[in-house]
Write a protein that binds this ligand. Structure first.
Ligand SMILES: [Zn+2]
Ligand SMILES: [Zn+2]
Length: 135
C-alpha cells in the first residue's frame, strides 16, 4: 500500500462520497451496542484516518450517540458512512469503500458484546473501549 494512494467510497445510492488519502492510522472492529444498532449488523468494521486526509462530498445527516460523536449518514439511502468525534480522526466504515479487501483489522473493541459464533483472525481484543478512544 502506497502512502500516496487515494481511496474512494460512499453510500449505497452514491450521493454521499468520500476520498481518503494515504494509509489509515489503524483498522478495527467494534461490537458495541451503538455500532450494532447503527449499522444493523452484529459488528462494525472501520478504518481510521487523520481528519485532514479525508474529503467528504454530498448531503449528509448525523446522529450523536454521545455528545460530539457524529455518525454521518446519507439522508436518501440511510447508509452510515463516517464517524467523527470532532477530534483529529475520522472513522470510515469499511463497507463504504468502493473496493473490497483493502484493509485488514488489527484489533476489536467491546468483545464482551461479540457474537459467540463469529470467527475473526488473531486480533487484539478489548472487552470495552480501546483505551483512550471510543473505537
Ligand atoms: Zn445514499
Ligand atoms: Zn462501537
Amino acid at each position: 500500500m502506497q502512502d500516496s494512494e487515494t481511496f474512494t467510497g460512499g453510500c449505497a445510492c452514491g450521493q454521499l462520497t468520500f476520498r481518503a488519502h494515504g494509509a489509515p492510522k489503524r483498522v478495527g472492529l467494534c461490537h458495541c451496542m451503538t455500532c450494532r444498532k447503527t449499522t444493523g449488523s452484529v459488528f462494525n468494521a472501520f478504518a481510521i484516518f487523520p481528519a485532514d486526509r479525508v474529503t467528504i462530498s454530498g448531503e449528509s445527516r448525523s446522529w450523536e450517540a454521545m455528545p460530539g460523536g457524529q455518525r454521518r449518514f446519507c439522508p436518501q439511502c440511510g447508509s452510515l458512512v463516517v464517524y467523527s468525534d470532532g477530534g483529529g480522526e475520522i472513522e470510515i466504515m469499511l463497507g463504504a469503500f468502493d473496493r473490497t479487501d483493502l484493509f485488514r483489522p488489527t484489533y476489536e473493541a467491546w468483545t464482551k458484546r461479540r457474537e459467540s459464533w463469529l470467527c475473526t483472525p488473531d486480533l487484539i481484543g478489548y472487552p470495552e473501549n480501546r483505551g483512550d478512544v471510543t473505537s
